[in-house]
Design a protein around this ligand. Structure first.
Ligand code: PGA
Length: 254
């Protein structure tokens, strides 16, 4: 029902030459991935290089951020039209680094989700609590509020076209992954909220990814959880062998 999605978020890594090397390595080892979807999200500056390499292959292309207008006097910004022009089909929106370092709030993030959808880009909406919020027992409240705020006023049809990534902030880049059970509990909550905003049937079709220190040695246990439909991978997506092992996760025996 939901095809697993394995997405690499390269963050601010990889020059064009390094990007080429990584993608060539991925293509060499990819093999048959017809039962899953594979996505790489390079920095803007490497999109063209990667596009030329992945065209006609099973690897899809995404960006790490987008602005909300199609064009205009917005120095430094990149529009959804430009991303489509470069062959992107996905865009990450509201990553915790955009929220914390660049000051993005729920309102702007919601507009980015809409702008992406309006231009046929699949937004990967990132949500997640900080360590103090989890320790204070507020993880669920925070994540639910982020989901509701970003998707407020959207139609079930619009919501059905997004991907959610649950990325606890304390797990990103730290080596400290959520346990499969804790991640599953949050994914279940997110799907319930999506069901309230659409219908349980629509919510059952939406991919909810886990992100935060996903590695070759924990992907199988994470993806074995019923509501974990893939992964958004940072550090471990920067090397072909580790990302390939994640892409080649062993399907759960259900
Ligand atoms: P990480 O990053 O895999 O390096 O923890 C994940 C992310 O930020 O999307």
């Amino acid at each position: 029902m939901r095809t697993p999605l394995l997405a690499g978020n390269w963050k601010m890594y990889k020059t064009t030459g390094e990007a080429r090397e990584l993608v060539e390595g991925l293509l060499r080892g990819l093999g048959d991935v017809s039962d899953r979807r594979v996505l790489v999200c390079p920095p803007f500056t490497a999109l063209q290089t990667v596009r030329d390499l992945v065209q006609g292959t099973p690897i899809a292309l995404g960006a790490q951020d987008v602005y909300i207008e199609p064009q205009g006097a917005f120095t430094g910004a990149i529009s959804p039209v430009m991303l489509r022009d470069l062959g992107c089909s996905y865009v990450i929106v509201g990553h915790s680094e955009r929220r914390a370092i660049f000051g993005e709030g729920d309102e702007l993030i919601g507009k980015k989700v809409r702008a992406a959808l309006a231009h046929d880009l699949t937004p990967i909406l990132c949500v997640g609590e900080t360590k103090p919020q989890r320790d204070a027992g507020q993880a669920e409240t925070v994540v639910v509020a982020q989901v509701r705020a970003a998707l407020a006023g959207m139609t079930p049809e619009q919501i059905s076209r997004i991907v959610i990534a649950y990325e606890p902030v304390w797990a990103i880049g730290t080596g400290d992954t959520a346990t499969p059970e804790d991640a599953q509990a949050m994914h279940e909550t997110i799907r319930r909220i999506l069901g309230e905003m659409t219908s349980p049937n629509v919510a059952a079709t939406i991919n909810i990814l886990y992100g935060g220190s996903v590695r070759p040695d924990n992907i199988d246990d994470l993806i074995a959880q019923p509501d974990i439909d893939g992964a958004l991978v940072g550090g471990a997506s920067l090397k072909a062998d580790s990302f390939l092992r994640i892409v080649h996760f062993l399907p759960p025996q259900r």
